[in-house]
Design a protein around this ligand. Structure first.
Ligand SMILES: [Fe+2]
Length: 159
């Protein structure tokens, strides 16, 4: 692979890749969990929630693509097998306890919250360890805000 000559040392891109790879795995798992919720939701609010979960997984599909392509932009390959994702992720594949909206939303909210915490920690780590990682830093900050919006919506639904 031709080296990405973009003002970052291999050591610096390695640090960034070690942040982005588990993030990609987390986003992919969350995408799949939103799909699961969309497919298997049952209850009197079926239609509304079925449509909402579709909106969620569509958004996450874009996030997955964005994180993978950021890895490519810094000259690294994107992990892209289920085996890699299960090894890299911080999230659990465990299914929601019931197929109703409360159960699915509670589970999805916990995952969103966990990703927000990871992103916040990663932004701090990046600031300390890689001086010029403005692109990734900005990307992670915007992504954190996006997750915060979804987490707020899920939390509001659960009140
Ligand atoms: Fe569908």
């Amino acid at each position: 692979m031709a080296k990405a000559d973009i003002g970052l040392t291999p050591k610096q891109t390695e640090i960034i890749a070690k942040i982005l790879s588990p993030l990609l795995a987390d986003e992919f798992l969350l995408y799949l969990k939103a799909r699961n919720a969309h497919w298997n939701i049952e209850g009197p609010d079926f239609h509304t929630v079925h449509v909402y979960f579709e909106q969620l997984y569509t958004e996450l599909e874009g996030v997955v693509d964005g994180v993978a392509e950021r890895l490519r932009k810094i000259g690294h390959y994107a992990p892209a097998t289920m085996k890699d994702y299960l090894q890299l992720t911080h999230l659990s594949e465990k299914r929601a306890s019931k197929n109703n909206s409360l159960s699915f939303m509670k589970d999805l909210l916990a995952d969103h919250d966990a990703i927000i915490v990871y992103l916040r920690e990663s932004i701090v780590k990046l600031g300390k360890e890689v001086e010029h990682a403005y692109g990734t830093s900005d990307y992670l900050t915007t992504l954190m805000e996006q997750h915060e919006t979804t987490a707020w919506m899920l939390r509001s639904h659960l009140k």
